[in-house]
Design a protein around this ligand. Structure first.
Ligand code: V0V
Ligand code: CO
Length: 166
């Protein structure tokens, strides 16, 4: 359909008029808040059969995380286990209020600054004025869950995309 194709092309450009879309290009990962990272990794590998691909401490976000995906899965089939580094971590607060479980949904976007600007103009609250460091050198921002039907949405621009833009 021409309209859909036009919207896709507009979303891929850095120009962002009032009707522009944020340029979502896929799912990146689903984030699970866990209290016991080692136990959660064992569940997802030894019981569910996923493969742990990456482990990282992100002090800016206050998390220790492990990224997993099934054998042979595409780039959007990732599960991110996130544990709190300390009591100041948003994960610590989440666990205290809700207990372990689904924490966020991460969309891959072409350009996180552009996506954030577009969503801001649509009246959604972005958590950061500028993108911050995410897993594997990515750039991330979040949309407040109160503006998205109760789901914390992460926007991820992968390091490969950032490098590709020069
Ligand atoms: C809080 N709320 C949530 C939520 N967290 N709703 C859905 N999903 C969540 N994850 C609700 C909560 O139930 C309250 O609703 C309301 O939002 C305010 O909650 P709060 O406990 O007062 O929480 P705040 O305002 O102190 O903080 C909430 C936000 C915070 C979302 C602003 O968690 C935050 O800054 N998150 C972004 C950073 C983050 O989460 N990093 C960890 C992932 P009621 O009860 O009032 O109705 S790091 C990551 O994914 C990385 C590194 C990566 O992928 O690369
Ligand atoms: Co995440």
């Amino acid at each position: 359909m021409v309209g859909v194709e036009l919207a896709r092309i507009l979303a891929m450009t850095s120009w962002a008029g009032p009707e522009a879309l944020p340029g979502v290009i896929g799912l990146d990962h689903i984030g699970l808040a866990v209290a016991d990272l080692a136990a959660a990794v064992t569940l997802h590998t030894e019981v569910l059969g996923l493969v742990a691909r990456h482990r990282e401490t992100n002090t800016d976000q206050g998390v220790e995380e492990v990224m997993l995906s099934p054998v042979g899965a595409g780039p959007g089939s990732q599960v991110q286990l996130v544990a709190a580094l300390d009591q100041h971590s948003p994960i610590h607060r989440f666990l205290a209020r809700h207990g372990p479980g689904l924490h966020h949904l991460a969309y891959a976007v072409h350009d996180v600054r552009n996506a954030s600007d577009v969503l801001l103009r649509r009246g959604l609250r972005l958590l950061y004025d500028a993108p911050r460091a995410g897993t594997r050198g990515s750039l991330i921002n979040f949309v407040h869950p109160k503006d998205t039907g109760g789901v914390l949405i992460e926007l991820v621009e992968s390091a490969a995309q950032t490098q590709g833009q020069g």
